[in-house]
Design a binder for this molecule. Sequence first.
Ligand SMILES: *Cc1c(COP(=O)(O)O)cnc(C)c1O
Length: 388
Amino acid sequence: MKHQERWHAAMQNNYGVPPITLVKGKGAEVWDDNGKRYLDFLGGIATNVLGHAHPVIVKAVSEQIGKLGHVSNLYSHKQGIELAEKLQDLVNDSSARIFFCNSGAEANEAAIKISRLTGRKEIIAATGGFHGRTTGALSITGQDAKRTPFEPLLSGVKFVEFGDPLAMRKAVSKKTAMVIIEAIQGENGVVVPESGYLRKVRAICDQNGALLVIDAVQTGMGRTGEWFGYESEGIKPDMITLAKGLGGGLPLGAMITLGDRSPTFKPGEHGSTFGGNPVSCAAANAAIDFIVKKDVLKKVATSGKYLKVMLAKVPGVAQVRGRGLLLGIVLDANVATAVASKAMSNGLLINAPSRNVIRIAPPLIVSKKELSEFVKVFARTLNEVLNG
Ligand SMILES: *Cc1c(COP(=O)(O)O)cnc(C)c1O
């Protein structure tokens, strides 16, 4: 039986039946079960920061699983402590405190629970925002189609127009426990707010004693050319949430409190069996070390600029938005789904978060040669869809 038929006969259909089955990868390339090669410009959805089968990840994970795998959080381990210390360095705050979990949704669940510890019950989130699929994270996700079938969700959540500081000012009050936003809305089609927006939201939170949470699950770990995507605004959030790229391709999430305004968990208030397990932490440590040692952030910024310039020249492209290697290619026509599917047959993995936007989030280590191959094949694909 073909893989697709077996999938359909055994799996929940929440993803639809995936059109291809992948069997191996190397760097920014993957191969399917027919031996067909693809350039992977989605990177496991902004997750495989060092691409597939990177030697430093393979080594770290193999050594760790051969020595100590899962231990639970009743015991500490070196890999976890080391990673927490590295994150304190990266957020530039030795008072930061880290909770490890397995996913972005779980990281945001932790943030919601922390916000409850302020004694306030109200949460402000942004329209179009995405924070995960668990019921708590879904409650603060500003996309009706994903929420509606599962209501009632958490009460006390209000949504305001993303990027509009006036709407934020109106919504936030002394009842607001937290405001949660993304620096760039990834799932919504790589939507970038005007510069200064995060700074204004920070000020509004300060005036009302509300916590500011930056969901850096997608923009984090160097993807935008800075570590978490909010630094260029010169702000310090009260919490940040991480996942996707954090584990260098392994499942790992984190909720980090910064500064002294945010409550922190006391013994017994939260937990996760697998959260921050030694193997995922070893992979994360290896990924961070590599990114630092090889100055990957600088490379990300350069690669992003190159792609923006080259893609803007492609006929049928209206605009390229985003930063670093999280880019939304806005098309003149609503053909994004057709482009993504044609790209796949042309050996390119990308996705269509909305009808006129293609998202790309390749490995941060993607080579110059692969960038130019991408531009070439993408241009040909778009031309085939529009004129073919
Ligand atoms: C992907 C994503 C999440 C959810 O992460 P999961 O690991 O799928 O639970 C949350 N927030 C943002 C911004 C994301 O991009």
